[in-house]
Design a protein around this ligand. Structure first.
Ligand code: FES
Length: 147
């Protein structure tokens, strides 16, 4: 192997090693289940998830959550909650914290770490405003999320 070929092969391998964990972590926790059905032209939020589908199974148990259409939906001890998925501070995704029954910004770095209640209100951190709260209704295994 010539010197140039060696370094080219080495850079591809190093890139694969360096970015592979990010590829895994990006897909974890931000799974977009089925695309849902519905949604109206003009961007009005109105979609339905079929909870009987394996892709939406996380919502069948209390403590589970998933992200669909930019909205995090959680099955909480108080019922289903749907909030805009991006922190109002600098836009990092929020995650459902089933232990504390709240939503936490995924950015836990210095100057971040916002927390939100189940209605989207800011309870800690630098976030300047609440997360948008969406309505939910369950009919059988069909969970509708709408504005
Ligand atoms: S981006 Fe969420 S607290 Fe900073």
């Amino acid at each position: 192997m010539r010197r140039k070929e060696f370094f080219t092969a080495l850079s591809v391998s190093a890139g694969t090693v360096m970015f592979a964990p990010f590829l895994v972590s990006c897909s974890k926790g931000s799974s977009v289940a089925d695309p849902g059905t519905g949604g109206t032209p003009g961007g009005t939020v109105d979609f339905t998830l079929d909870l009987s589908l394996p892709a939406n199974a996380a919502l069948m148990t209390v403590g589970g959550s998933l992200v669909n259409n930019g909205i995090i939906i959680a099955n909480t001890t108080s019922g289903y909650v749907a909030l805009a998925n991006l922190c109002t501070h600098q836009g990092s995704p929020v995650l459902y914290d089933s232990v504390n029954n709240r939503f936490n910004c995924s950015n836990t770095g210095s100057g971040h770490g916002s927390q939100y209640s189940l209605n989207g209100a800011v309870t800690a951190g630098p976030a300047p405003k609440a997360l948008k709260l969406y309505n939910t209704s369950l009919a059988g295994t069909k969970l509708r999320v709408f504005a």
